[in-house]
Design a binder for this molecule. Structure first.
Ligand SMILES: [Fe+2]
Length: 294
């Protein structure tokens, strides 16, 4: 999910989704937008992945993109992404069943992924993360739109995001992020946290064994964006520094001209922990951090 950036985008119609269940779930999400954190019930926003309703074309599209992306990622995807994809048993021959993914994730980090009908308002989205849960779309893009789809689908969400949730360090980072973003009441911090999400979870690069690697979902799931991020001389690749990231504005809908490069996921987790302590202390919610699973 692109979180804050997908306002107004609608999900692809698909038999995989029960439309009545989706309508109720979307209504629950929309009506939770301004609720206090403790009143947000993420379970009401979840929908069933009717797995037997995926068409042969859905599985085919997943497989084509999976194989095409892995050609680059095998060499230029973060090792943490690659081992995570293996750990949750992503395969080229079928759309991943969330039940199967979750059985594996649960053992590794306690994270899980859950079908949602489409765009979630920011606070409900953060409420999922704060509970080590990831809201994902379950639809697959049509074959005619394989190269570019403006809204997220299961390829962006599960192929692009979920493998990192199998890594204990990234898993802690993302939950801590969710807690800070959920509980802050400051527009200043909310804006900074949106930038942090953008430049890490969506478009992050990392240095591994002296090589530049992709880990952000927008780079993992898009061939054009992936090549641009690694190779284009027009990209300003800056060493990750949380304060600087939080002050960098981003633009959507074209290739990213600025990217930030991590030294390690520990660097990201530790910087987030420090920043979350500050954000939650200001919100009088410092005790929320004690609940982050280790
Ligand atoms: Fe995303």
């Amino acid at each position: 999910m692109k979180g804050m950036s997908d306002v107004g985008k609608s999900a692809i119609a698909s038999a995989v989704i029960d439309s009545e269940e989706a309508r109720r779930a979307q209504e629950a999400a929309d009506s939770s937008a301004d609720l206090p954190a403790r009143k947000i019930n993420v379970d009401a926003m979840k929908i069933t992945q009717h797995y037997d309703k995926y068409t042969p074309e859905n599985h085919e599209v997943w497989g084509i993109i999976y194989k095409k992306r892995m050609e680059q990622l095998v060499e230029f995807g973060s090792d943490v992404f690659l081992s995570g994809a293996k750990a949750i048993n992503l395969r080229s021959d079928r759309v991943p069943p969330l039940k199967d993914v979750n059985a594996r994730l649960n053992e590794l980090t306690g994270w899980s992924s859950h079908g949602v009908p489409g765009y979630l308002p920011p606070k409900p989205f953060f409420a999922f993360l704060a509970q080590r849960q990831f809201p994902t779309t379950v639809t697959v893009r049509p074959k005619a739109q394989m190269d570019y789809l403006p809204e997220p689908d299961i390829i962006h969400d599960v192929f692009g995001h979920v493998p990192l949730h199998a890594d204990p360090v990234f898993a802690d980072f993302l939950q801590t992020y969710g807690k800070a973003a959920l509980h802050t009441t400051s527009n200043h911090h909310t804006e900074r946290l949106a930038r942090l999400f953008w430049f890490t979870v969506e478009f992050g690069l990392i240095q591994e064994s002296g090589k530049l690697k992709l880990y952000g979902s927008g780079l993992i799931s898009s061939e054009g964006e992936g090549h641009h991020a690694l190779e284009s001389p027009k990209v300003d690749r800056r060493p990750f520094e949380l304060e600087r990231v939080c002050e960098t504005t981003f633009e959507i809908d074209h290739y990213q001209p600025i990217l930030y490069v991590l030294e390690s996921f520990e660097q990201l987790r530790d910087a987030m922990q420090t920043y979350a302590e500050r954000v939650l202390d200001e919100a009088g919610k410092l005790d929320e951090l004690e609940a982050v699973a280790k």
